[in-house]
Design a protein around this ligand. Structure first.
Ligand SMILES: [Zn+2]
Length: 197
């Protein structure tokens, strides 16, 4: 049991890539520093990264590996919430890229000409603030992600009544609010109301 604690063989070398939980040493030889944790006297890596043994100061740290951040790219499908809608444009706060939740803040713009193949008169027939929309990134300019919903699987996936905020149901006559009876219009995706966010 106790012999494991002083095993030198399993210890990674300086600058080596380590995984969370990997043994880095024991508290008798090192002071645990950033990116590490101690369990029963053994220092482990707490993150994915590069280990650094500071022999002079007897410290061990792990510097997290910086992953390429998930950013929307042309061609990716994003999920976002409509934050504002004017006559010709809607602003979308993107929260998922290709079904993966993201930590960064990205804003998308949907122009009325990119909504569908046929003519749309006003953005108010497409989406409204707080709706959840699925779109494809068609271009990126100055950190603005231009979106398109020109596809059957793209468009609003959840819409909320502009009068009472209730989730709208997709009916033949339009988007229907079961709470207040209001009927609205949206450009919906084929799986409207069925998807898991
Ligand atoms: Zn309503």
């Amino acid at each position: 049991m106790g012999s494991n604690r002083s095993s030198e063989h399993s210890k990674p070398k300086d600058s080596q890539f380590v995984l969370p939980g990997e043994r880095l040493g024991v508290i008798e030889e090192f002071t645990p520093n950033a990116g590490t944790y101690v369990k029963e006297g053994v220092i482990h890596s707490g993150v994915v990264g590069k280990v650094s043994f500071d022999r002079q100061n007897k410290r061990v740290s792990v510097y997290p590996l910086v992953h390429e951040a998930l950013v929307p790219k042309v061609g990716t499908t994003v999920l976002g919430q409509v934050t504002g809608a004017q006559a010709e444009n809607a602003a979308v706060r993107i929260f998922k890229i290709d079904d993966k939740p993201i930590s960064g803040v990205f804003s998308g713009i949907l122009h009325i000409s990119d909504v569908q193949q046929s003519y749309v008169e006003s953005m108010s027939d497409v989406c409204k603030p707080s709706d959840i929309i699925r779109a494809r990134v068609i271009s990126v300019k100055n950190q603005d992600y231009h979106l398109s919903t020109k596809d059957k699987d793209l468009g609003v996936v959840y819409a909320f009544c502009s009068h009472c905020g209730f989730t709208l149901e997709s009916k033949r006559q339009g988007m229907y609010c079961p709470r207040c009876g209001k009927i609205e219009r949206r450009k919906t995706a084929l799986d409207y109301g069925k998807g898991i966010l």
